[in-house]
Design a binder for this molecule. Structure first.
Ligand SMILES: [Zn+2]
Length: 439
């Protein structure tokens, strides 16, 4: 029931065809979309959870972190790809330069590789500056326990439609939860209906990517009696995995302080923490745009699919041969990306390429993001979408959500959620036959 705060701007954003008004009867028990959104925006508090303590933005923890925030001259994708391989975790791309995190050891080697570092600051200095922009406490985003509670609530409130199961355990033994929306087939029962999969939080600090996937699930259930959603729920097989990397997401906040952590939490032989899960898939693994150095934020791991989190996806996808479309949410750059990421080339098959371009363009319109071939930005191998498409012919997309930080605060939540739900619903509308958009 939309009795809670619903800003005029948000109401406007939701006024499109796919966003017909809901009714009180549609609301899943105990959880409403507008309530969750208002909690995220900080307009209303979230009830206390049995979960971990809330995160508080304090920079002190980063004093011992060896990483720097640097800006490096680079004006083309080849230079950007080489920087990824040198261990730079590219976060922002400008015309003539890129900015991101790099370890002190990797930074020392950059000039020797011919790169010009135009500015540098320790991650501690960087964090202190950035923290000014944000509230002192940020309990609004859902940590793992809270995410699990929301998913359980959705499953309990919609038993006729929803099943919740774990697709595997993480490095630290957490369950990777998958919410399935399908009235006929539950849990691991196979389905012949066309499938759509949405994933969030491959990268730990990209907390907004979990929220978008989670709110999308709530949205679908709240609108389950709308004509279009009702049709998709009856005719499709929909999966939502909001947190692929819950260990990393928890690690990022578990000291009560943000750490700008990107990877999972495997402890590497050199005692550094984590493998970049979005460089760990088996497509041209670690040949370009990734680092073999364990301490680097772009570390590809000791081998393809070395990590339990990517192994879980590796097992899940071929067990669901009905999957047609996949969206993996990341942040932040306001982009809709499609293959190839791992080679500097267009998808060779023209009919598939046309579908990627067309779907990317449509989702670009709905989100306001720029659609493009991923490797136009830089070449990065071992990435999710390439693996999905090359092995299974699945139209696998990556959305880089909007914002100017991994911890964007409340201002952009309305817009990011509304636009991305529209795009996600659009993806459902083509899941039965993605090729229809080019006919
Ligand atoms: Zn990411």
């Amino acid at each position: 029931m939309k009795k809670l705060i619903l800003s005029a701007a948000f109401a406007l954003l939701l006024s499109g065809a796919a966003f017909a008004a809901d009714t009180a009867a549609d609301k899943p028990a105990g959880i409403s979309f507008s309530q969750l959104l208002a909690q995220l925006k900080g307009e209303i508090p979230r009830p206390p959870s049995a979960g971990d303590p809330v995160s508080v933005l304090v920079a002190e923890d980063l004093k011992g972190d060896s990483r720097y925030w640097v800006t490096v001259a680079a004006d083309n994708k080849h230079a950007r790809t080489a920087l990824l391989e040198a261990g730079l975790d590219i976060v922002e791309v400008a015309d003539k330069s890129v900015s991101g995190f790099i370890t002190a050891a990797d930074l020392d080697k950059l000039p020797g590789s011919g790169f010009v570092v135009t500015s540098r600051q320790t991650i501690y200095e960087y964090a202190k500056k950035h923290l000014k922009d944000f509230p002192a406490a940020d309990a609004r985003y859902h940590n793992y326990t809270e995410t699990t509670e929301v998913l359980r609530g959705l499953a309990a409130g919609n038993p006729e439609l929803v099943s919740l199961f774990s697709i595997g355990k993480t490095t630290e033994g957490r369950d990777i939860w998958c919410l399935r929306l399908n009235p006929a087939e539950k849990g691991l029962t196979p389905s012949a209906k066309p499938g759509a999969l949405y994933m969030g939080n491959h990268h730990a600090r990209e907390h907004l990517s979990n929220e978008v996937a989670l709110l999308y699930a709530v949205y679908l259930l709240e609108h389950k009696n709308d004509a279009d959603i009702k049709k998709y729920l009856a005719t499709l097989d929909i999966y939502i995995i909001p947190m692929v990397n819950p260990d990393g997401a928890e690690y990022d906040i578990k000291t009560g302080k943000y750490r700008w952590h990107r990877k999972n939490t495997r402890v590497n032989p050199d005692k550094s923490v984590g493998v970049d899960l979005n460089r760990n898939y088996d497509f041209l693994w670690c040949t370009q745009g990734a680092s073999h150095s364990p301490g680097s934020d772009t570390y590809c791991g000791p081998s393809a699919f070395s990590e339990p989190e990517t192994q879980a996806i590796k097992a899940f996808v071929p067990a669901h041969p009905n999957l047609k479309v996949v969206m993996s949410y990341h942040s932040y750059s306001s982009l809709i990306l499609y293959p190839w990421a791992g080679k500097d080339a267009e998808v060779e098959e023209a009919k598939d390429r046309d579908v990627f371009v067309k779907l990317g363009a449509e989702m670009g319109k709905l989100t306001g993001y720029r659609p493009q071939r991923a490797s136009d930005l830089y070449v990065a191998t071992g990435e999710t979408g390439d693996w999905l498409y090359s092995n299974y012919g699945i139209f696998g997309f990556t959305t880089e959500l909007e914002g100017n930080s991994f911890y964007p605060g409340a201002e952009l939540i309305d817009r990011a959620v509304a636009g991305n739900i529209r795009a996600a619903v659009y993806l459902l509308s083509v899941a039965d036959d993605p090729y229809k958009v080019t006919r």
